[in-house]
Design a binder for this molecule. Sequence first.
Ligand SMILES: Nc1ncnc2c1ncn2[C@@H]1O[C@H](COP(=O)(O)OP(=O)(O)O)[C@@H](O)[C@H]1O
Ligand SMILES: [Mg+2]
Length: 255
Amino acid sequence: MTNIIEASSMNKKVVLGKGHEIHILKDVNLEIEEGEFVSVMGPSGSGKTTLLYNISGMDRITAGSVKFNGREIDHLKEEELAKIRLKSMGFIFQDINLLKNLSLIDNVMFPALVSKDADKNAVHQKAKKLMKMTGIEKLANHNITQASGGQLQRVGICRALINDPDIIFGDEPTGALDSKSTEEIMSILAEINNNGTTVMLVTHDVKVAAKTERILFMVDGKIIAQKKMRKFDARQEDNKQREEELMKWLVDNGF
Ligand SMILES: Nc1ncnc2c1ncn2[C@@H]1O[C@H](COP(=O)(O)OP(=O)(O)O)[C@@H](O)[C@H]1O
Ligand SMILES: [Mg+2]
């Protein structure tokens, strides 16, 4: 198997003022295989968001190395990094950050229209297809005030997919959603993953993590444990059992 992410001895320190620095990531090693569906759990402040930002090139480690698709990215110039993020990575967040002056479909199309030679018609067709896949095609011409939180997160997912990324990173993407919308978003992410896109999520929610195939657990800037599960297949397996299995592991490990 090929690793899409290979991070070794990642360290992240932030200088807060004279003589005061905090050490957020501490010698973190992490490999993610192409096509994997991984989640990161851990207490608030343990460094989950920082980990995600630093392996995706949204932020820079202060020591160590991060490889994406075999290429070391931690020393790249910002514009090179931006190109990689735009073309090969998709991001979904708890705060979806859609542009309020654009229709929902225009928000989805936005990252594909950044390059000048984009075929606007083809991008429009693709945005429509993604909105259909996520069940929001009827909302294409609505604006952000005319959709629910769950629907807006689907717009966020479509926007993350518009450039056919190799990987989707999600920082608590279901954190603001009710349980029904959470289920729906997780089904969509599972489908995207089954189509070959790697997915890495940060989450507090055992129900969410239980749907992923490997759960990393962070404490105080380190990945201290991981649990391997299987790929979730709703036809083969009941998610309740997976949740119980994960809960038991968390409790047995004192998390
Ligand atoms: N840019 C920053 N400046 C100062 N402190 C930061 C910065 N980024 C993160 N931290 C601190 O690092 C720790 C880990 O943060 P974070 O990665 O957001 O944790 P998590 O996502 O697990 O809640 C926290 O104590 C947070 O306050
Ligand atoms: Mg966080």
